[in-house]
Design a protein around this ligand. Structure first.
Ligand SMILES: Cc1ncc(COP(=O)(O)O)c(C=O)c1O
Length: 420
């Protein structure tokens, strides 16, 4: 687990300061036990069976994390893959093709051929894709993603339902999808929705569930081959102090009973599928960095570190709040600071909110201190880039007293890769 004992930050049984010294900074660190606990929380919280949890690999695609999730999830785990790269990663991590679903958007024929060759089920995001899929693979199984006209999420950029969203087949166009499918003798084994990311209210999830269940009910004659309904991911985690977790017991009970009564009415036991990414990995990870500069303007005391939005873009992209801890805190008095990165853009400040730079009260920081940007296990490394020609950090996985590198630190040769 991640804990603070007498002012020292620990990942498992290892002090963060020791990891920073041993592996250098910037460094992504993940706690194995936290990931295992989160996977178990889902299977225990949601009692409905058959249950399938398709881990959304985009949250963190590291092969060792995929293997860990597979190992802990056992027979009910799978992968939601959004690209050929993620399909390949899932298979390499030991998932079987039937445990993977390819859900993407603006999909090319080549990408679909890749999934078909790998025997992975394709979830079609548009009528155009369904038509092209039908021509490529007539008579096969298929799933469709529906935009249920319900959206939710922590920021506009991650709301994936409703008329402003590019995702899915619009709810009113579902009958057209059935026509296309019958022209190509496709078998509808699955129907899918994903309304957004970072949802902390069960009610919103249930509302969208209700819409999809109504669609299935209305079209039951066309859905004789249906095997599962996939309600997507989006389960949020608390980032800010005072934010409450979704409450897996209450969430699990509500989802299970809704689905169970639907199946009784439908007359067929379908599998319940969900696709959490953030929920499984967010709280397991942190980004360690070292303070190298402290400077003052009339408005802010800036604390400059050796990482930036190239490594963790969430504050810059969404104004997201990430807690920040000192690896070693001597209990000194607090002051409000702006923790900023080493990228040449003014937006490169980690302590932000929706309206811009926000001072964060932290114990007095000195140059050379190691900071940990917390709750960074999801959409951290996986959204990183080499912007400003800066290589990406290493990733380390901690299990109790053991720490191992699960992705090597990049160097400048990675930044220059493929160029003459
Ligand atoms: C189709 C789909 N499923 C699942 C997820 C996972 O969302 P989260 O990490 O919020 O659970 C996403 C995220 O974008 C998605 O697009």
């Amino acid at each position: 687990m991640i804990s603070i004992k007498s002012g020292r930050l620990f990942i498992g049984e290892l002090p963060a300061s020791l990891l920073a010294k041993k592996f250098g900074t910037p460094l992504y660190v993940y706690d194995e036990e936290t990931i295992r606990l989160k996977v178990r929380e889902l299977s225990r919280g949601i009692s409905f069976r058959p249950l399938k949890v398709y881990y959304a690999a985009k949250a963190n695609t590291n092969l060792s994390i995929l293997k860990l999730v597979r190992e802990e999830g056992g027979e009910y785990i799978g992968v939601d893959a959004v690209s050929p790269g993620e399909i390949e990663a899932a298979l390499k991590a030991g998932f079987k093709p039937e445990q993977v679903m390819f859900t993407s958007t603006s999909v090319t024929d080549e990408e679909m051929k890749f999934a078909i060759d790998k025997k992975v089920l394709v979830n079609c995001d548009s009528l155009s894709q369904l038509e092209r899929y039908g021509r490529l693979n007539p008579g096969s199984k298929v799933c469709i993603r529906v935009n249920p006209d319900v959206g939710a999420g922590h920021h506009d950029h991650v709301i994936t339902g409703g008329p402003d969203s590019k995702f899915g087949i619009w709810v009113g166009d579902v009958p057209k999808a059935f026509e296309i499918a019958s022209m190509h003798s496709l078998k509808f084994v699955g129907i899918h929705e994903h309304i957004g990311s970072g949802i902390l209210e069960t009610a919103k999830f249930l509302e969208a569930m209700g819409v999809l269940l109504k669609i299935v009910e209305k079209n039951r004659d066309r859905l004789k081959d249906l095997e599962f309904i996939d309600f997507g991911g989006g389960i949020g985690v608390p980032y800010r102090p005072g934010q409450k977790p979704i409450g897996m017991k209450q969430f699990g009970e509500a989802v299970s009973s809704t689905f169970s009564s639907f199946c009784s009415g439908f007359g067929k036991k379908l599998a319940l599928v969900i696709e959490p990414g953030r929920f499984i990995v967010a709280e397991s990870g942190l980004l360690l960095c070292t303070v190298n500069t402290i400077k003052q303007t009339p408005k802010h005391k800036f604390v400059g570190v050796d990482t930036g939005f190239n490594h963790l873009i969430r504050p810059m992209a969404y104004g997201s709040y990430h807690p920040i801890e000192l690896a070693e805190c001597s209990g000194a008095e607090e002051e409000a600071v702006a923790v900023c990165g080493n990228i040449c853009e003014s937006g490169d400040v980690f302590t932000r909110d929706e309206s811009g730079i926000a001072g964060r009260k932290l114990p007095k920081i000195r140059e050379g201190d190691v900071l940990a940007i917390m709750v960074a296990g999801a959409y951290g490394f996986s959204m990183s880039s080499t912007y400003n020609s800066r290589p990406r950090p290493a990733e380390v996985l901690v299990n109790g007293k053991e720490a191992r590198v699960i992705r090597k630190r990049e160097d400048i040769s990675h930044v220059l890769f493929g160029m003459d």
